[in-house]
Design a protein around this ligand. Structure first.
Ligand code: IFM
Length: 471
């Protein structure tokens, strides 16, 4: 076959449906900075990042990408890229500093201005109410393992809904409660850095309860057209072999990694096998009558954050789950096998099939529920060269492969309504501090200069054409 003959195949366009939402995503603590302005009080991440040894290089979100002061310019960047939607999170300690009582109007004003700026730029705001920045005062009162934190969250939700409900059409209650519960309270890699399996499981339930309570509040206070959603970082799991033991290892991790949220939220029940697997750790008596009814309030869509899959075995090969493990003891005898192939700067395997597998699973398990890919992207060690350019071909390849997987899923009947690229800006990557760059816009943290990377130009082109060429 000649090169000319090959062109139609290599150039075939992958077109997305009309109205597909092309977004970017960020989170408050990772970009805003201004940690002590306008009455904002410390969150668990302010405390954690100040605790020696917890965050790489001792980095904190004190200044981050200084977005609070540069917001109009950052919105203009998105407008120039042509994004249709922007997913941001609201900082709880900025709008309700002690986690109780009245709102700090100056904090809410920032989000009012952000939403106005977005709407003026023709960009749909997508608000996430919780992306990990619990007010420290609430952690001091017991944090997510305590039931009252869920009640505090519904109160806070009412404040934000009152301020933004007339202009924000899409709402996400929680971002990645698995990380909040199991990295925050299970293995302590994230704030608040506690290491207790029972606390992690209690936190997971209270996240579910907070989500359900907030959903009720949003339904009561928002126009009936509002879209209410939840974002989960579902784990794409594969057994190392087809042996019953390896398949059972997948079942265990699926229970404590995925179904711990999916079953209560979408089916109003706890996974029975999870309750059995975790019996040595807890009797689940913190789940009270009526809780699961609150948790399972109907949703309009589900957000999925996907980066890479995991290969799971019953042990013997691969590395055992690290100690302390985030999996609350349910991972007994489970090992994680090293994946082949390229990895990002996070060390995460590049494997777009995992996204396709997750999306088609959800099509089958939750028929009729619209899906959004609310995060996907990659960190690479990119830098501005002397001519001021940032060339990031690996990120372009990663994004192209994953968007192709989304396209394939849509072709196979999955109702995916949008894709939010993580992230608009280089930012504070939690325990990795500023050492990992996920942005399609480079940030020089010393000068706060923004430089549009090649990947941002590529994404703008994808958006303009409503699709991409087959990679
Ligand atoms: O930066 C995070 C984000 O806050 C939550 N999802 C994963 C991203 C990359 O680690």
């Amino acid at each position: 076959m000649t090169a000319v003959d090959a062109r139609p195949e290599t150039m075939a366009a992958l077109r997305f449906p009309a109205g597909f939402r092309w977004g970017t995503a960020t989170a408050a603590y990772q970009i805003e900075g201004a940690a002590a302005e306008g009455g904002r009080t410390p969150s668990i991440w302010d405390t954690f990042s100040r605790t020696p040894g917890k965050v790489r290089n001792g980095d904190t979100g004190d200044i981050a990408a200084d977005h609070l002061h540069r917001m109009p310019d950052d919105v203009a960047l998105m407008r120039d890229l042509g994004v249709t939607d922007y997913r941001f999170s609201v900082s709880w300690p900025r709008v309700q500093p002690t986690g109780r009582g009245p709102a700090a109007e100056r904090g809410l004003d920032f989000y009012r201005r952000l939403v106005d700026e977005l709407l003026a730029a023709g960009i749909r705001p997508v608000a996430t109410l919780y992306h990990w920045d619990l007010p420290q005062e609430l952690e001091d009162a017991g944090g997510w393992p305590e039931r009252d934190t869920a009640h505090r969250f519904t109160e806070y939700t009412a404040l934000v809904a009152g301020a933004l409900g007339d202009r924000v059409a899409t709402w996400t209650t929680l971002n990645e409660p698995w990380c909040g519960a199991f990295l925050g309270y299970g293995n302590g890699v994230h704030a608040p850095g506690r290491t207790s399996h029972p606390a992690a499981l209690r936190a997971a339930h209270h996240f579910n309860l907070a989500h359900g309570g907030a959903t009720r509040v949003l339904r009561d206070r928002l126009p009936s057209t509002a879209e209410i959603s939840l974002t989960l970082n579902l784990h794409a799991l594969r057994p190392l072999t087809d042996s019953p033991a390896d398949r059972d290892a997948v079942r265990r991790i699926d229970a404590v990694g995925n179904r711990i949220f999916l079953d209560p939220v979408f089916h109003g029940r706890l996974p029975e096998d999870l309750v059995e697997d975790t019996a040595p750790v807890t009797d689940w008596s913190f789940v009270r009558d009526g809780d699961l009814e609150i948790v399972s309030a109907p949703l309009d869509s589900l957000g999925i954050n996907y980066y890479s899959p995991s290969v799971v075995s019953a042990g013997g090969s691969g590395s055992p789950s690290p100690s302390p493990s985030p999996w609350a003891g349910a991972e007994e005898r489970v090992a994680f096998a090293p994946a082949a192939g390229p990895r990002t700067a996070m060390g995460w395997p590049v494997d777009a099939d995992g996204l396709y597998e997750l999306l088609t699973r959800l099509r089958d398990e939750l028929p009729g529920l619209p899906l959004l890919v609310t995060e996907n992207g990659a960190a690479y060690d990119d830098y501005a060269d002397p001519s001021g350019q940032v060339h990031d071909p690996e990120r372009v390849a990663y994004l192209a492969a994953h968007l192709s997987a989304v396209h394939r899923a849509i072709e196979d009947g999955v109702d995916v309504r949008g894709y939010f690229l993580w992230s608009l800006l280089d930012n504070f990557e939690w325990a990795q501090g500023y050492s990992k760059r996920f942005g399609i816009v480079h940030v020089d943290f010393a000068s706060q200069r923004r430089t549009v990377k090649d990947s941002a130009r590529w994404y703008a082109d994808v958006i303009a054409r409503g699709g991409l060429t087959r990679p």
